[in-house]
Design a protein around this ligand. Structure first.
Ligand SMILES: [Zn+2]
Length: 658
């Protein structure tokens, strides 16, 4: 049973992008390989305008949630903290998206309520519009950094208007989020939208190459201007937009920039540079890079930007404004991206592709990935929010901690590991690890919305009253697993992220992309871990192999058997997702009523599945978009595909393998 190691994630795209560069001869004089002074690296803050989203969405997505998640995940992978400038009047219905953006470690800034062009408004009306957005964004607490990005970078075409707007911003304690790397990415996004509407894949590819090339050239140009005007390198501020072109090409862009020695910093770090305190010498109608506006005024530098825009307009025939492509749904089969398509899987993938919520479908048989496809704009690099599959990940960490002796017994009380609780909450301190693993702590569930605002989740949980004696009944509850996170962190001396990376995913060749933390910095035991589907299938495979991987015992076989067997019977036999037959609950795993009771699953909200069928030597992973609206139709489809199309292809062995 051989599973090849995951390929180096980024090599192909690096080579592809650098190839474009060197063949056009646009090699930077500051490329790291040529510079004897590493200190000459360009420091760059990344900002996104027009949140929540601008322009058409990637094919198949009907809400902005997935693409912005994709941007956030790419930023996280590159350790590039970004600020997103919000058009507050367009947020309605997308609040969760902004909360996610902040949860991923990014910040929000003010792009006004209505995105009015200051050139066409009075200073008072425009400032009131900014004030309204400021009031709104304060609800995001520390996630909101008090900076304004002027729509179209128009800061007032007359001196009196410019001065009065800036005075109003000072009175609101708002700084100006200057842009130094202005660019024509927005034009390329138009070309991309047009190619997307025409289903022109080659056209989109050409736009994508031009995009990376253009932005890197713009960064280099800005660095040249800064050096000429200040005699040194100045931290730069890059303007991008929250659009489909950027969502799909950000990884390639950041790889190329990193390869050329660019370091990513936060907006606040960049703006702290004295260059941003220089006198603004420009008064006029244009939106200009701060580098041109600051003393000494150099409006002529904008010719470079104009020439770039002209060449992009000419190359992509953007001379006239592009009509917005109608947002109509495609008729006929939707496209999908398949890497392994065994015989008969065309129809399975086509069936899966009929759901706008489907993201990935992977099948591992006898340890080999035999089927793999992505849907609705997702790809192998798109992380999935595991939602409640996170619970099974946490349960696995308990098993790992038992194996290495950090936890002695599942019947240990939480007070054994968190002795400070014994005095504060003597009754609650007796809850055992086993009771948490089987959703039978007896604690009255906290309101999930309320605990999100709490500075101390553990304390809030322990203030809940008991609904029944611990161990007596099953109540499915997500926040209560924060008690398990606290125990694991204390018992191992490692954060949850460290535990999962070092002791679980690392040994099986997988990688954690992100795991959301609570206000105390404790990863959520029950929700919001992010993995790529290829890595998620390895978690299922680890269980199928009884905890062994490449000759090492990652988990004991005993723990695997206990965790996936029925430990407690929920009041409703199909409690989760309705459509899958469930026998009971193990340790944060569901025991399924399939294959003679030998199959089990980790299940997450909206359609995240890790399904293990030991008697078929089979692991199936499916991930989905998870809108708040009902997903029953999607669950039905997924279950039908699983039971009627996938399982019959893999014969059931007479007995479970040893
Ligand atoms: Zn804007």
């Amino acid at each position: 049973m051989h599973i090849p190691r995951r390929p180096v994630r980024t090599a192909a795209s690096v080579l592809w992008v650098l190839g474009t560069f060197f063949t056009t001869g646009a090699r930077s004089p500051h490329a790291p390989s040529q510079s004897p002074h590493p200190a000459a690296a360009i420091r760059l803050a990344i900002t996104f305008d027009d949140l929540p989203w601008v322009g058409p969405l990637p094919a198949g997505d009907s809400a902005a949630i997935q693409p912005i998640d994709r941007i956030a995940a790419v930023l996280r992978v590159h350790q590039a903290p970004a600020t997103g400038f919000v058009i507050c009047g367009e947020v309605a219905g997308h609040e969760a998206l902004l909360h996610d953006w902040v949860a991923w470690g990014n910040t929000l800034g003010n792009h006004s309520w209505s995105h009015h062009d200051l050139n066409g408004r009075s200073a008072d009306a425009w400032s009131a519009d900014v004030q309204r957005c400021d009031d709104y964004l304060k609800a995001y607490g520390a996630g909101y950094v008090p900076y304004v990005r002027f729509p179209l970078l128009h800061e007032g075409q007359t001196r009196s208007k410019r001065d009065s707007v800036h005075a109003a911003l000072r009175a609101m304690h708002l700084g100006v989020a200057h842009v130094t790397v202005d660019n024509s990415g927005w034009l390329l996004a138009q070309a991309d939208a047009r190619a997307m509407a025409a289903h022109d894949a080659a056209g989109r590819h050409a736009v994508a190459r031009a995009f990376v090339h253009h932005i890197v050239a713009a960064v280099r140009h800005a660095d040249g201007v800064a050096r000429r005007k200040t005699g040194r390198s100045v931290p730069q501020v890059l303007l991008l937009h929250a659009n489909t072109l950027v969502a799909e090409r950000l990884d390639a862009l950041l790889l190329t920039l990193s390869a050329r020695g660019v370091e990513f910093i936060s907006l606040q770090e960049a703006l702290a540079d004295p260059a941003y305190g220089r006198v603004d010498e420009y008064v006029g109608p244009k939106g200009l890079s701060w580098l041109y506006r600051m003393h000494p005024l150099s409006v002529a530098d904008a010719r470079w930007d104009d020439a770039q825009a002209d060449s992009i307009r000419a190359r992509f025939a953007l001379g006239t404004p592009v009509a917005q492509a109608p947002a109509r749904r495609e008729a006929g089969p939707r496209p999908y991206l398949a890497f392994h398509t065994p015989r008969g899987f065309d129809s399975i993938f086509a069936a899966a592709a009929t759901s706008a919520r489907m993201r990935s479908l992977l099948v591992m048989h006898r340890g080999a990935l035999v089927a793999e496809a992505y849907f609705n704009g997702a790809g192998p690099e798109s992380p999935a929010n595991l939602k409640s599959v996170t619970k099974s990940l946490t349960a696995t960490l308990v098993g790992v901690a038992l194996r290495d002796g950090s936890i002695h017994s599942l019947d240990d009380s939480i007070g054994t590991y968190l002795p400070e609780l014994v005095h504060r909450h003597p009754d609650k301190a007796g809850i055992t690890i086993r009771e948490l693993l089987t959703m039978s702590s007896g604690l009255h569930p906290v309101n999930y919305g309320a605990i999100q605002q709490s500075p101390d989740w553990v304390e809030m949980l322990l203030r809940q009253s008991f609904d029944h004696r611990p161990g007596d009944g099953f109540v499915y509850d997500t926040p209560v697993l924060q008690l398990l996170s606290a125990v694991l962190q204390r018992a191992t001396g490692l954060s949850m992220r460290e535990q999962v990376s070092r002791n679980l995913l690392g040994p099986i060749g997988a990688e954690l992309v992100h795991w959301r933390l609570d206000a105390q910095g404790l990863a959520l035991g029950g929700n919001d871990a992010y993995l790529r589907p290829r890595d998620l299938v390895r978690l299922g495979e680890l269980y199928r192999r009884g905890g062994m991987w490449s000759g090492d015992t990652v988990l004991s076989g005993d723990y695997v058997r206990q965790a996936t067997a029925v430990q407690i019977v929920p009041p409703s036999p199909t409690v989760n997702h309705g459509t899958l037959p469930v026998r009971g609950y193990g340790y944060l795993w569901w025991a399924l009523d399939l294959d003679g009771g030998t199959a089990y699953a980790a299940l997450g909200h909206g359609g995240q599945f890790v399904l293990v069928f030991p008697r078929r030597e089979l692991v199936v992973v499916m991930t989905s978009r998870w809108p708040s609206a009902s997903s029953t139709g999607h669950y039905r489809l997924v279950t039908r595909i699983l039971l009627q199309q996938i399982l019959p292809r893999f014969p059931l062995r007479a007995s479970e393998p040893p």
